[in-house]
Design a protein around this ligand. Sequence first.
Ligand code: ZN
Length: 253
Amino acid sequence: MNARINGLLAELPEAEFEFFAPHLKRVSLTKGQTLFSQGDKPSHVYYPVGAIVSLMIDNQAGDSTESFILGKSCMVGVATLGEPSFYRAQVRHSGLAYQLPVSVLLQAREHCPAYFRNAMKVVNRMVMQLTQAVFCSKRHGLEQQLIRWLLVNLDRGVSNTIEVTHQEISELLGFRREAITLNLKKMTERNEVCVRRGVLEVLDRQSLEARSCDCYWTAMQRQRPVEHQVALPASVTGIQMTERQNMAVTHDL
Ligand SMILES: [Zn+2]
């Protein structure tokens, strides 16, 4: 698989990519694998080209929550260059990535100005997406947050399947598992998704997009397609906090 499937590497001028290329090592990441933990100074950064990685925040009581999802448009470790990580990087979906030593990345600061300009844009985009996700988690209900989470996962990966169980979605989004199961059942009846053991396949992305709240489109800096500009239910525009567990709010864009 080509390293330039990753958006950050794809945007590099040829001369800068040649600086990186000899040091990039293709690795296969497995769901559940921890790339580095909170407090670690990572020795490598990762450019996903199929794998999806969650940035997890752990508290002292042993609770964990997902703060962000990274995939093929970004780099895992973007905010930890030589500094201790404030999150745990855990593989959410198995797949390939390209690994680069942090020492090489630090050297690149002198040789690769385009890379660091692009990396800054990526960080800015992450902050904007995180901000939008906070809004969504406070203003929109489970169905919209679940749809947004599914769409973001599709965007971060390279297939229409996500390795995830109802229980994991419950923990990631902070809603009861029963509520997740009920919503996925409705989506299944609409032929939008197919849920098998530990694998969720999205069958009709367009239908999910049509029912998504504006948070997804704003965060992606994309216009909602004209054919999707349908009247959304009142619950999407008003405060809806039903079914939430007494858990930390998660932000997953
Ligand atoms: Zn929303």
